[in-house]
Design a protein around this ligand. Structure first.
Ligand code: SAM
Length: 271
């Protein structure tokens, strides 16, 4: 790849990694029905006894539940918009739970705290935002740096679906209409998908069409690096992890045609 093409790719990736997270209230509304993962990570946190480190804490969807159940948690997030929303939600907790959450702005690839944790988590596709091998290796290094001996690393990423990845990028996939919390207006929602087979990055263009005024329509890109299951296992292995479980959902369903995620629990491999 030429230097110009490489920098164009990088720019597109960074826009597609930030745009979807520029409005914490919209994020919470969009994913309000996603609960199974919250239960899964909360149970792991209770089992670990804490404290827990959450990489990519977002609006605190998972972290708040963990703190409510009596476990101390440190959450790290690069997007100010997501962190502001998380802060707002933390302020509404009873003060005992509030005191158990520490939020920090930061990039998981560079994070170095002077603490170790029995559990590090990266819930809901955080790893799909690590686009290059170097980013992925830096992410795993951060996890190793913060795990206590015998500690666990739990995360989930998308399961790539070859049929979906082969979708025609010019085809519009219509969803329903969605109210946007910014203005309460119902936008007509549709999506376009394009997949770059060389970098394994899928871009979803989320199109919000204003009902009457085209000037108020907008489009939000989301870029996600796809991990094929055997590739993910190899990456974990060569970055010093042993896999405890690698499943297709949060109820232990094996990875297969009917599942959409990969849910991994790993430990550092003893040398
Ligand atoms: C789908 S959200 C998941 C948020 C939260 N874990 C949850 O379960 O709701 C993915 C999050 O990863 C964050 N993220 C992306 N790149 C990151 C990085 N390099 N370091 C830390 N977080 C990152 C995004 O800003 C976003 O908040």
């Amino acid at each position: 790849m030429t230097a110009v093409a490489d920098s164009k790719h990088r720019r597109r990736r960074s826009v597609g990694s930030a745009a979807h997270y520029s409005d914490g209230r919209y994020y919470d509304q969009a994913y309000r029905r996603r609960r199974q993962d919250v239960r899964f990570y909360t149970d792991l946190a209770i089992e670990s006894g804490g404290p827990v480190l959450e990489l990519g804490v977002g609006t605190g969807r998972v972290a708040l539940s963990i703190a409510r159940r009596g476990i101390e948690i440190v959450g790290v997030e690069p997007m100010a918009s997501m962190l502001e929303r998380a802060e707002e939600r933390v302020q509404r907790l009873p003060h005992t739970a509030r005191d158990r959450i520490e939020l920090r702005q930061g990039d998981l690839r560079k994070l170095r705290l002077r603490r170790r944790f029995p559990l590090v988590v990266a819930p809901f596709n955080v790893w799909n935002h690590l686009y290059t091998r170097s980013d992925i290796e830096r992410g795993f290094r951060t996890v190793r740096h913060h795990l206590r001996r015998g500690g666990r690393f739990a995360f989930d990423v998308l399961l790539p679906d070859p049929e979906s990845l082969a979708r025609d990028p010019s085809k519009r996939y219509r969803g329903g209409s969605v109210p946007h919390p910014r203005d309460g207006i119902r936008y007509r929602y549709s999506e376009y998908f394009s997949y770059d087979a060389a970098s394994q990055i899928e871009t979803v263009m989320m199109d919000f069409e204003h009902p009457t005024d085209p000037k108020r329509s907008f489009c939000t890109p989301l870029t996600q690096r796809q991990f094929f299951p055997a590739e993910l296992e190899a990456l974990l292995h060569y970055n010093g992890f042993a896999i405890e479980s690698h499943e297709g959902d949060f109820d232990g369903e094996p990875i297969g045609r009917a599942t959409e995620s990969q849910v991994v629990i790993a430990r550092m491999r003893s040398r």
